[in-house]
Design a protein around this ligand. Sequence first.
Ligand SMILES: CC(C)(COP(=O)(O)OP(=O)(O)OC[C@H]1O[C@@H](n2cnc3c(N)ncnc32)[C@H](O)[C@@H]1OP(=O)(O)O)[C@@H](O)C(=O)NCCC(=O)NCCS
Length: 202
Amino acid sequence: MEQIGATSRLLIRPLSPGDVPALMEILGDPEVMKHSVCGVCDEVATRKFIEWCSVSYKSHGIGPWALIEKETSAFIGFCGVGPEHVGDKEETSLGYRLARRYWGKGLATESAGAGLAYAFRVKECGSVVAIIEPANIASLRVAEKAGFRSFREVRFHGKEVRLYRITHEEWSESHNTSRSSRPRAAMRPLTADLGVSGYRNQ
Ligand SMILES: CC(C)(COP(=O)(O)OP(=O)(O)OC[C@H]1O[C@@H](n2cnc3c(N)ncnc32)[C@H](O)[C@@H]1OP(=O)(O)O)[C@@H](O)C(=O)NCCC(=O)NCCS
């Protein structure tokens, strides 16, 4: 299957319909979905999420990716940037969910770094947001370790959340690279209406 990239411990590839059983096991875990606006996912919701990812890959060239542990070839969850409507604006939003047995090993931080590198280096995004409930300490920590520094508090799907933002400039400064020094990546046009609302499908 097509591979997007790799980190030291992970292979990163697009999600596909064949991932429904493995992803459903993760998104069906109430602990994993504790801070999700939709709660646990059944098979239909998981399939719908993967379908949305496929639409996003085609329309935006981005979307949550499957994370595969190199050592075991195990499917461990997803991470990536995707389109997200926040208020009346379409943002590029970083999201991640891992199976519980893989928590606490630095894998989300590793994959978040890859997601941001893709957003800024390949897709030349102006900024990326992360939408996190203040009670979700692990996720706050991952965002901070990935480089998010500033946030504002907003209401999102009925919840008070932190809207973190990292700009291309901030990311480039911490990665010793500048926008003007690289060739511009080819961008696909944004579609006006995907008929879906982003990560909040799951
Ligand atoms: C959030 C999530 C992806 C983190 O995955 P992970 O692989 O465990 O993350 P990492 O190991 O890279 O980093 C987690 C950090 O949070 C810290 N942490 C975790 N729980 C914590 C707690 N209760 N209190 C304080 N720190 C905590 C860890 O110590 C670690 O920080 P450190 O490296 O400074 O020690 C995982 O917990 C998850 O899938 N949660 C459910 C889905 C979710 O909430 N996704 C985010 C939606 S916004």
